[in-house]
Design a protein around this ligand. Structure first.
Ligand SMILES: [Zn+2]
Ligand SMILES: [Zn+2]
Length: 132
């Protein structure tokens, strides 16, 4: 399967970027290693890696999906200004009681908590602007 080489390079890019990259960012990171690779190939590979559970498709902080190389339970701090996504592990969040969703015919298999706000960098940036 010729996809295997591509997929591996794409997976490695997700691991290297290590910051919940978007498909676009992964595409940019793999092009030097996979010359001529199409955007569609990268997007599809990311989708199938997510389906296989090798990576997870994280939240949609902005308009685009983000991919996460950590598949174990963890949660996210999402900056509303710059769309950065930080990992946070917290037992209290892990133990959060999930409501009964059977009325929706919906089975919960997993959950992630997204805490939204302003990241340190953006806060420092806006503070600097205020003082000038
Ligand atoms: Zn930010
Ligand atoms: Zn994450």
């Amino acid at each position: 399967m010729r996809c295997t080489v591509q997929r591996r390079a794409i997976l490695e890019a997700v691991l290297d970027l290590d910051n919940h990259p978007s498909a676009e960012q992964v595409y940019e990171a793999v092009t030097p290693r996979l010359p001529g690779v199409s955007k569609t190939t990268v997007y599809r590979a990311l989708e199938s890696l997510a389906e296989l559970g090798v990576i997870t498709k994280a939240c949609h902080p902005g308009a685009v999906a983000r991919y996460d190389c950590r598949t174990e339970l963890h949660h996210h701090l999402i900056c509303l200004h710059c769309d950065s996504v930080l990992d946070i592990s917290d037992e209290r969040l892990d133990e959060l009681a999930v409501p009964d969703t059977s009325g929706f015919g919906f089975e919960v298999t997993d959950f992630r908590v997204q805490l939204r706000g302003i990241c340190r960098r953006c806060r420092e940036h806006s503070r600097r602007e205020e003082s000038t």
